[in-house]
Write a protein that binds this ligand. Structure first.
Ligand code: NAD
Length: 486
């Protein structure tokens, strides 16, 4: 298979601190691999405490003395719209770099780049339309909310759809007048370096955006423990979230935690089966299955179960796995050999826990690279590891149920609670189920498409707090109450 390598790759990935690209103070680096060859294609600066100290100091200066927090919302909004324009203008370049670095199919990476632009446009509009509470007690008191940016926000992001997930935090943090230090995931640092050029060209003042690459246990840890960073917005594994929660506790930091998932897709016999098949196949195999909201447990009502499993398996077998840069590809290469090993180990575990009806290993003809055939296990019991644990790859567990009560019990039978998908044409059942299911987000008879105004977040081990729309504005601002006696 040909291996596409984008032109003009950087010779080194550096930090971006106070408007300058810089190496680590001590010169430390780490290797970055591409997931098709698994060879090192570049070295990235490995941030340590000293680099985080410099980045936080720059961000603090920009917050304390710079123009950014003091600009009118309309002025910041103009800069954010310029950022969106610049992302759109280079969406093809962004997609090719993202695909090269992550192994995501190119068509899906392009969609994610466009979504990143949309995130900036959305918050650009929201801050100029922002209104806050005012209350009057006639003859006695007037009260109003004075909303203020908080300071230096620490943003720590994962390797799945990295550029888009970074935009999700950068846009509201900057829109509200904070300054930031971003620590992107070490598996996928390539696209993040484009932020620096984009922000510079859009007119973001030096020090407002700072980027420190590096390992979670080094750069990420130093950011979490820095006393001048009052806010940490984290997206990643639940286990990492627990560590960060503990490390931030002595400082009483503001925390937003978007964590893992093992979301159920529940298909009742009265559903539109064709649509349910399309959506549940897409729901776990798009983005290589490396998606926090993947519907990785499909629960199917008994009367349609065997037919559904057979049709599901047939579709999974038809999914095109291959070179991430080929527009025909539907599942590309998993991000990193370590992650590939993890997913493959679950495929082996699944063979002892369920009935393998599609996939089950490396696809034929793809001898190198982190490729996994879309894998479907049926008859998976709720105590199976592949039912309980987040695999984060193209692997799905299908389980039958007989009653609404059993479906709900199965849906809620994990530590996670991020998303749930429900397929039924019974309106009452759909709403009742939605209200009882332990999930931060529910999609009824619909694909995972989110209106940017709605809250995003999970319950149980899937997270704390919400991002999205006004919830992001709330997270990145202090709401001071001012009371005036009349
Ligand atoms: P991860 O937890 O391994 O890493 C995420 C980030 O945290 C990386 O930048 C990493 O360097 C950093 N990190 C690691 N240890 C740290 C520490 N001790 N202190 C500070 N930072 C540290 O997660 P991942 O493997 O990159 O991403 C996949 C996970 O993210 C999955 O569990 C997935 O479900 C989750 N995710 C959740 C959402 C959501 O919105 N709920 C979205 C995308 C991904």
């Amino acid at each position: 298979m040909t291996h596409y390598i984008p032109e003009d790759l950087p010779d080194r990935i550096r930090h971006f601190i106070d408007g300058e690209f810089v190496d680590s103070v001590g010169g430390e680096t780490f290797d970055v691999l591409d997931p098709v060859s698994n060879e090192t294609y570049v070295q990235a600066a490995a941030g340590q405490q000293a680099d985080i100290d410099l980045a936080v100091a720059a961000a603090k200066r920009a917050f304390d003395d710079g123009p950014w927090p003091r600009m009118l919302p309309r002025q910041r909004s103009r800069v954010l719209h310029r950022i969106a324009d610049l992302i759109e203008a280079r969406d093809a370049r962004l997609a090719e770099l993202e695909t090269f670095d992550t192994g995501l199919p190119i068509t899906q990476a392009l969609g994610q780049a466009q979504r990143a632009a949309e995130n900036f446009r959305f918050f650009a509009d929201l801050i100029v339309a922002q209104r806050d509470d005012t209350y009057k007690v006639p003859g006695r008191q007037v009260n109003y909310v004075n909303r203020k940016p908080i300071g230096v926000a620490g943003l720590i992001t994962p390797w799945n759809t990295p550029f888009m997930l970074e935009s999700w935090k950068l846009a509201p943090a900057l829109a509200t007048g904070n300054t930031v230090v971003l620590k992107p995931a070490e598996f996928t640092p390539l696209s993040a370096s484009l932020w620096a050029e984009i922000f510079r060209e859009a007119g973001v003042p030096d020090g407002v955006f700072n980027l420190v690459n590096g390992l979670g246990e080094e750069a990420g840890d130093a950011l979490v423990k820095h006393p001048d960073v009052p806010l940490i917005s984290f997206t990643g594994e639940s286990r990492t979230g627990q560590i960060i929660f503990g490390n931030a506790a002595p400082f009483l930091k503001g925390l937003s935690m978007e964590l893992g998932g093992k979301s159920p897709a529940v298909v009742f016999a009265d559903a539109d089966i064709e649509s349910a098949l399309d959506a549940t196949v897409f729901g776990v195999f798009s983005l290589n299955g490396e998606r926090c909201t993947a519907g990785s447990r499909v629960l199917v009502e008994r009367p349609i179960y065997e037919d559904f499993v057979a049709r599901y398996a047939a579709r999974a077998k038809n999914i095109v796995v291959g070179d991430p840069h080929d527009p025909k590809t539907e599942v590309g290469a998993l991000v990193h050999p370590e992650h590939y090993e993890k997913v493959m180990s679950y495929v082996e575990i699944g063979k002892g826990e369920g009935r393998l009806v599609a996939g089950g290993g490396r696809p034929e003809g793809l001898e190198t690279g982190n490729y996994v055939a879309p894998t479907v296990f049926a008859d998976v019991s709720p105590d199976a590891r592949i039912f309980q644990e987040e695999i984060f790859g193209p692997v799905v567990a299908i389980t039958p149920f007989d009653t609404d009560e059993e479906a709900l019990e199965l849906a809620n039978n994990t530590r996670y609670g991020l998303a749930a998908y429900i397929w039924t044409n019974n309106l009452k059942r759909a709403h009742n189920f939605a209200q009882s299911v332990e999930a931060g987000m529910v999609w009824l008879n619909s694909n995972n498409v989110r209106d940017l105004r709605t809250p995003f977040g999970g319950v149980k081990a899937s997270g704390l707090g919400h991002e999205g729309g006004y919830r992001s504005i709330d997270f990145y601002t202090d709401q001071q109450a001012v009371h005036i006696t009349l």
